[in-house]
Design a protein around this ligand. Structure first.
Ligand SMILES: [Zn+2]
Length: 133
């Protein structure tokens, strides 16, 4: 699953290593300390390229969401499971989008509290996902 990120490379290895260890890492610039999304290459507030990885609190607020219907395929051409993709505002400020797991999309509400969880694809990377807090 690559929701919200491209994949592992030299610039994202720390992020994936953090996720595998149960930490959701974001970027903070030096010296101002602005928080940015993990995938930025420069601070989204001041443009600094002096970025370090720091663990986020894991708390977030639901901004928006969409249900993505499962694709048809396989021998019986049955649709795969739908997934729910959400945009969450991290408590540190940046917005992050990912899949939400274990949630009924009909019960989601703007502003609802979320938390970061982790999900590993078989043979793939562990990635942060949202859960209802
Ligand atoms: Zn900054």
């Amino acid at each position: 699953m690559t929701v919200g990120l491209v994949g592992r490379d030299a610039t994202t290895a720390a992020f994936f290593d953090g996720a595998a260890a149960g930490q959701f890492l974001i970027r903070r610039c030096s010296p101002a300390g602005h928080a940015s999304r993990p995938q930025v290459r420069q601070c989204s507030t001041c443009g600094s390229t002096e970025l370090r990885w720091v663990p986020a609190s894991g708390g977030a607020r639901l901004v928006s969401w969409a249900v993505v219907p499962g694709r048809r395929g396989g021998e019986d051409d049955a649709p795969g499971p739908s997934i729910v993709v959400v945009v969450g505002e991290l408590d540190e400020g940046p917005w992050w989008w990912s899949q939400i797991v274990g949630a009924d999309p009909g019960s989601l509400a703007e502003g609802q509290r979320l938390r970061i969880g982790f999900e590993g694809a078989e043979g793939g990377e562990v990635v942060p996902v949202f859960e209802v807090a």
